[in-house]
Design a protein around this ligand. Structure first.
Ligand SMILES: Cc1ncc(COP(=O)(O)O)c(C=O)c1O
Length: 391
């Protein structure tokens, strides 16, 4: 039986770093990096052959493998650079009228909030922030969303696993609730890939946006958009290009998305290598290994006065990434991109530890994660550094 120790050599992480922020940017194992390099090599050797004669068929083969991984049909998935691009396509596709309401939970990712803020502003629709109960238990979350729905609600946008707060949201229940009322649901799912068993058919959403370069460890710059067949004929991409197959294949709803001008498809084509890397046993190993390490750190850090369980009160509430609440020292100000919490800088400068810190709804938090390459030593160093920082 393989262990995490057996698989660690597949990653090439700088030994000077203790990389506990896979949740932001997930490095890929060697077979994925090799597959990507090989696709780029093939492209450079004969661009006409790859772009015009091979690419569409190869993308289709990758899509078939991804669809199997996500228990859906390939004709519902289009490969795209990342979840951000996918969500922009959803926003371009959903026709918003003045006074329509778009509901976003207060845990949604900043860039996703920006997308909907812009599209609501343009159309005169109303962006409604739904404050979820704290901590966000499943039935209370569903109830909060139920109460926020009005006759004007057109769309609910919610994360499958949230970013800063690192908690799972009851997406299936909300989709059921929305479907009964004729409301659309767009799920923001990059963290769910490989962290959870995702069954896109069972979920019941209208759109699912994801990046494969987080827990699934595909190449950076690989993701997809899943669209229910009832919306495929109205899909619109904000980037306008040729809008047709270069290889002369029959027309498809994916045509306006697959070719967004000339770009290297290597990251997308190497998604297959990530799926093959994650055999069933490795997927299970990843989840157990990461959960164990994170839980060890969480248990120790919760002993420090002022540290709290934040949005995930139970050890079963998270898998490979966890956020805990930190005490707020006098004069502490919420950090933001480019200006992180001084603790984040201190951990990096003194121990080479990479984590995410931030503030959410007035709470100061630290988010840390683990993957197959994370070791017991990394976690012990992190715990001891944090104990020093917080004493
Ligand atoms: C919940 C969530 N949604 C969307 C995104 C955007 O992903 P990407 O930058 O890959 O487009 C992220 C990235 O961290 C995220 O955490």
């Amino acid at each position: 039986m393989e262990t995490a120790e057996d698989l660690r050599h597949f990653w090439d992480i700088d030994p000077a770093s203790i990389y506990l922020n896979h949740g932001s940017f997930g490095p890929a194992p060697e077979p994925v990096r090799a597959a990507r390099a090989e696709w780029t090599r093939r492209l450079e050797r004969q661009p006409m052959r790859l772009f015009c004669r091979e690419m569409e068929e190869e993308l289709e083969k990758t899509t078939i493998e991804l669809a199997r991984f996500l228990r859906t049909k390939p004709d519902r998935i289009v490969l795209i650079d990342n979840a951000t691009v996918a969500m922009n396509i959803v926003a371009e596709t959903v026709t918003l009228e003045p006074d329509d309401e778009v509901l976003l939970t207060d845990h949604e990712y900043g860039a996703v909030r920006n997308i909907w803020s812009r599209f609501c502003q343009k159309s005169g629709a109303i962006l409604k922030n739904v404050e979820l109960p704290f901590p966000p238990g499943d039935s209370a979350v569903t109830e909060a969303i139920r109460q926020a729905i009005t006759s004007k609600t057109k769309l609910i946008v919610m994360s499958h696993v949230t970013s800063a707060t690192a908690c799972r949201l009851p997406v299936r229940e909300v989709c059921r609730l929305a479907a009964e009322r004729g409301i659309l649901v767009a799920v923001d799912g990059p963290h769910a890939m490989a962290m959870l068993d995702v069954d896109l058919e069972e979920l019941g959403c209208d759109f699912y946006c994801a990046s494969c370069h987080k827990w699934m460890c595909a190449s950076l710059g690989s993701g997809f958009l899943w669209v229910h067949p009832r919306h495929q004929s109205s899909v619109k991409c904000p980037i306008v290009s040729w809008g047709g197959s270069i290889a002369g294949r029959p027309a498809s709803w994916k045509d306006g998305i697959q070719w967004l001008g000339t770009r290297d498809p290597a990251a997308l084509l190497s998604i297959s290598a990530a799926i093959r890397f994650f055999t069933k046993d490795r997927l299970k190993l990843f989840r157990q290994h990461a959960q164990g390490l994170i839980t060890e750190a969480r248990r120790e850090l919760l002993q420090v006065p002022g540290v709290g369980t934040f949005c995930t009160p139970n050890e079963t509430d998270y898998v490979s990434m966890c956020a805990i609440e930190l005490p707020q020292p006098p004069g502490w100000k919420p950090g933001y991109h480019g200006h992180p919490d001084p603790l984040q800088v201190w951990l990096r400068e003194n121990y080479g530890i990479e984590v995410l810190t931030g503030s959410w709804n007035g709470h100061r938090f630290i988010r840390f994660s683990a993957h197959l390459y994370t070791t017991e030593d990394h976690i012990r160093t992190f715990i001891s550094a944090m104990q020093t920082a917080l004493q």
